[in-house]
Design a binder for this molecule. Structure first.
Ligand SMILES: Cc1cc2nc3c(=O)[nH]c(=O)nc-3n(C[C@H](O)[C@H](O)[C@H](O)COP(=O)(O)O)c2cc1C
Length: 451
């Protein structure tokens, strides 16, 4: 593993993401999420700061588990309102040269033929700078708005996800030969028909003859991100993911997850070191230690505890309004996000969490560590995680938008560059090249590869 770290800005095309209440801070620009210029400015700042990608979370449905209705989530802007992130990419790509873009899409509610076309288009338009964060979704309110009577159970969602990716791999990797497009004006042949194959997929969820409708894009398959944390989710991530977003709040939790997924990847015949790990962190940085602490105090005061409980109730599929604030959170296998549950019930066996403690901890970036300090202290902590825990980079979680990003780029990035952890020169190439330096397309050991 190299010492070079990769940074992703973890954000969402919505007024609020993972720090409930933060839109109320003076100077916060979250409400500008509907403006194209807000996103193009973020893209330029992230690229200037050496970020590898902007990572867009995305959720269908509203958070209506807390109190059994949507009132708190709607009133307090809990990931609502939220726009589709996909359409931001061409604008952000147009003002940058190498920044990548990871977009969250659900295998539960989309159709693979349609999704394969969307990502091929995005990969063409960004010159190969796109990633697909593969999720199976968790909110019941999404299911009922998308034509189902209820949410599919998790096993069925992963069965569908397995088949979904098999279809996408066939469309992206196998359907079109590299030299199918010849553009021979004299002969009147744009594409050689024998270079374009059907996929003839017949399965439990989909029957898709193909061929793919798009010619091969620079990466063919977008870089694959995943964050599965249940037993089934870990197996799915180990088989398919090239980069994994870790959600554990402690170093021990991240280490266990990294080791487990690398072992599972090797069991699938993959190179375990070809899997990149990105824990989330919330950097709170000040020019002096006192300034950083004062900023952290201000940010904590701004946390909206009820909004945090509404967000977590959706993550856990558990109505936290019905529990006594001093009640301990008991472990369950949830049909929603297992990683959030495990963060509080399994990551540290010696620690028990009450509802109140969970809400207080999660208000800044949910389950990720908050790193408070001077640029040197924040960089020290990041360097330690890379060297000792074996992670490849970080998903930087925002509190104040765009303040968290601006502070990080202005204060921490020069320190990381000084230490050689971030290259001073901007790199070029596709997102996969930048992350793994082994070519623009899936490596032959990946199960989706045609090579
Ligand atoms: C760190 C992290 C980030 C996630 N981001 C999203 C997201 O943006 N959109 C979404 O629908 N699901 C998201 N999920 C949910 C997962 O994709 C998955 O659907 C859910 O966690 C159930 O699988 P699991 O229990 O195996 O993790 C995320 C989960 C984790 C742990």
């Amino acid at each position: 593993m190299s010492d070079r770290i990769h940074l992703n800005l973890f954000t969402m095309n919505s007024v609020e993401h993972v720090s409930p209440g933060s839109w109320r801070h003076a100077g916060d620009r979250s409400h500008e999420y509907t403006d194209r210029e807000y996103w193009t400015e973020i893209a330029q700042t992230a690229e200037r700061g050496g970020f590898t990608a902007v990572f867009f979370a995305d959720v269908r449905g509203v958070y209506d588990v807390y109190g059994g209705d949507r009132e708190t989530a709607v009133q307090k802007g809990v990931q609502t309102p939220a726009n589709d992130p996909t359409y931001l990419l061409p604008a952000m790509a147009a003002v940058t040269d190498r920044l990548g873009f990871a977009v969250t899409r659900s295998t539960t509610y989309q159709h693979p033929y349609e999704l394969a076309r969307q990502f091929s288009t995005l990969d063409h338009l960004t010159d190969g700078r796109v990633a697909f964060n593969v999720v199976t979704s968790y909110l019941e309110s999404a299911a009922v708005n998308l034509g189902l009577d209820e949410r599919m159970d998790k096993q069925t969602r992963y069965d569908r996800a397995d088949e979904f990716l098999a279809v996408c791999y066939a469309l992206w990797e196998e359907s079109w030969d590299d030299n199918a497009v010849v553009r021979d004006a004299e002969a009147g042949v744009y594409t050689r028909p024998e270079g374009v194959d059907r996929i003839d997929h017949e399965g439990e969820f989909f029957d898709i003859p193909g061929p793919h409708g798009c010619e091969p894009s620079p990466q063919r398959t977008p870089v694959l991100f995943q964050a599965g944390s249940s037993e089934r989710g870990r197996t799915f991530a180990a088989r398919n993911a090239e980069a994994v977003f870790c959600s554990q709040p402690t170093e021990a939790g991240v280490r266990e997850y990294v080791d487990d997924l690398r072992t599972r990847a090797a069991d699938h015949g993959r190179d375990p070191d070809r899997l990149a790990f990105f824990p989330g962190i919330v950097p709170v940085v000040g020019e002096t230690e006192a300034a950083a602490r004062a900023k952290h105090d201000r940010l904590r005061e701004g946390v909206d505890v009820e909004a945090t409980l509404a967000l977590l109730s959706g993550f856990l599929d558990m109505d936290l309004s019905a529990l006594d604030p001093d009640q301990r959170i008991e472990h369950i296998e949830t049909d929603a996000i297992q990683g959030t549950m495990n963060a509080f019930t399994q990551t540290d066996p010696d620690r028990e969490w009450t509802v109140r403690e969970v809400a207080e901890f999660s208000g800044l970036g949910t389950t990720s560590p908050v790193v408070v300090g001077t640029p040197t202290e924040v960089a020290d902590e990041m360097e330690r995680w890379v060297r000792e825990v074996g992670v490849d980079g970080f998903n930087i979680k925002e509190v104040v938008r765009t303040g968290t990003l601006d502070d990080f780029v202005d204060l921490v990035v020069p320190e990381l560059r000084e230490r050689g952890l971030l290259p001073a020169e901007t790199e070029t190439g596709t997102l996969r090249d930048q992350l793994f330096d082994d070519g623009p397309q899936l490596p032959p050991t990946h199960p989706g590869s045609d090579g």
